[in-house]
Design a protein around this ligand. Structure first.
Ligand SMILES: [Zn+2]
Ligand SMILES: [Zn+2]
Length: 444
């Protein structure tokens, strides 16, 4: 018994060891992928610069959407525009096999670009409040759209190497948290083949080009948007005793809100309460009737989310009462809620192992969850595993310089100085995402 079992065990062990060392099947397509990227890169670079110079705010992505639809049509995708506003869906049926969804977002931010790049945006537009503002792709969604086109072109060229249904989703309004929901409410999950897997990438402003960040499981936070109107009783600035001053009251509320995370939430549960905007009053000597506050609230557990939102209401009302003021009005904008992003552990391990084979394992780095939000998380409600990874976009020289003791810190995404190094970022983005899809849909 023992004697016969040993060779079997040895054979099993050998198989396990050799398969651990074997490259993933998709890696054999790398030369063809790289050949396609080399042929496309000049055109992709021109597309990137065009998109970068012509950014569009959330809900205004008309031209970007039209360009994405055109690109997919030219490649033979069945294209449906105007899903949930400016959303575009392209379907490419390529025989029997899994259905893989790849999502990219298209919107830019109300930021006036200061990069000084020759293709910097000079676009101005009206934001949602009607204010004139500069517009910039400060979150790298231009990188996302260009990679999206590059991956589509490469996968169509390599269509004999994979089978199944590829669904490409160009999503609007990610930055205000409503785009994915609007597409879903408009039938995204009903009108198109159901996903077996959903993937996405996001530009990253902390890593040099050629490196990737990933997080298994909880990767990004719940995001809530809260409007708080603090009420008082206006009057003359020289007669404060005849008024209830909502400016002093707002100051007290803002300071007290800081105790929610520091005193009420368990220290091991991450949470953030930020008052990002305060507006009240018109003139030096007038005490206004009200002050408006805008807050962002982040959490990673539903129980913490619930507690923090209730605590804001409680503190605002309690402080107002103590100051003889009417109760403040609190509005949690559920339309703009973004659920936490949970990357499927098995899928993430599989794809990051694959990326490690081609980029070097040392360049594919795990990262702790961050308190940012991403409405790609909503794609998980199909029940399909999802994975979003983060693509390094920084010039390696600039990165090395920033790490010196005297170095200048790198601008983060959403900063007016964020400047991805386009060509290599696009190459790594197209390379990794094409490999991921081929790994998921490749012919055996
Ligand atoms: Zn962003
Ligand atoms: Zn983004």
């Amino acid at each position: 018994m023992r004697l016969t079992a040993l060779p079997v065990l040895a054979a099993l062990l050998f198989t396990a060891l050799s398969s651990a060392a074997d490259p993933s099947p998709a890696v054999k397509h790398l030369p063809a992928i790289d050949k396609s990227i080399d042929a496309e890169i000049a055109d992709l670079l021109a597309l990137y610069k065009h998109l970068h110079a012509n950014p569009e705010l959330s809900l205004q992505e008309e031209k970007s959407a039209a360009r994405m639809a055109d690109e997919l049509k030219k490649l033979g995708f069945e294209v449906t525009p105007k899903i949930g506003g400016h959303g575009v869906v392209g379907v490419f049926k390529n025989g029997a096999g899994p259905t893989v969804w790849y999502r990219a977002d298209m919107d830019a931010l109300p930021v006036t670009e200061q990069t000084g790049l020759p293709y910097a945006s000079k676009v101005r537009a009206k934001d949602r409040s009607g204010n004139d503002c500069g517009v910039m792709h400060a979150c790298g969604h231009d990188v996302h759209m260009t990679c999206f086109v590059g991956v589509a072109r490469t996968l169509v060229k390599l269509k004999d190497s994979w089978a199944g249904t590829l669904v490409l989703v160009a999503q609007p309004a990610e930055e205000i948290g409503v785009g994915a929901k609007a597409m879903i409410d408009d039938g995204l999950f009903k009108k198109f083949p159901k996903p077996d897997v959903c993937v996405a990438l996001h530009a990253n402003s902390e890593l040099p080009v050629g490196q990737i960040y990933y997080t298994e499981g909880l990767a990004m936070a719940n995001v809530d948007t809260v409007d708080l109107t603090v009420k008082g009783k206006g009057g003359h600035g020289a007669a404060p005793h005849t008024t209830v001053d909502p400016i002093v009251l707002s100051a007290k509320i803002i300071v007290d809100l800081q105790t929610i995370v520091s005193r009420e939430v368990e220290p091991t549960d991450p949470a953030v309460v930020t008052v990002g905007s305060i507006h009240g009053g018109t003139k030096h000597n007038i005490i206004p009737n009200e002050v408006k506050l805008q807050l962002t609230v982040r959490s990673t557990k539903d129980s913490v989310r619930d507690h923090v939102l209730k605590a804001i209401d409680r503190i605002a009302k309690g402080t107002a009462e103590a100051h003889r003021a009417p109760p403040p009005e609190m509005k949690v904008n559920l339309q703009e809620f973004t659920p936490a992003l949970l990357n499927d552990a098995k899928l993430t391990k599989r794809l990051m192992g694959l990326f490690g084979e081609v980029l070097g394992a040392e360049n594919v780095k795990p990262r702790a969850p961050v308190m940012g939000g991403e409405d790609f998380s909503r794609f998980a409600s199909t029940g399909a595993p999802v994975c979003m990874y983060f693509l390094g976009t920084i010039d390696p020289e600039r990165y090395a310089e920033s790490k010196k003791p005297t170095g200048k810190p790198l601008p983060s995404t959403h900063n007016d100085g964020y400047a991805p190094l386009p060509e290599p970022s696009l190459k790594v983005g197209v390379r990794t995402m094409t490999l991921a899809v081929l790994d998921l849909m490749g012919k055996k």
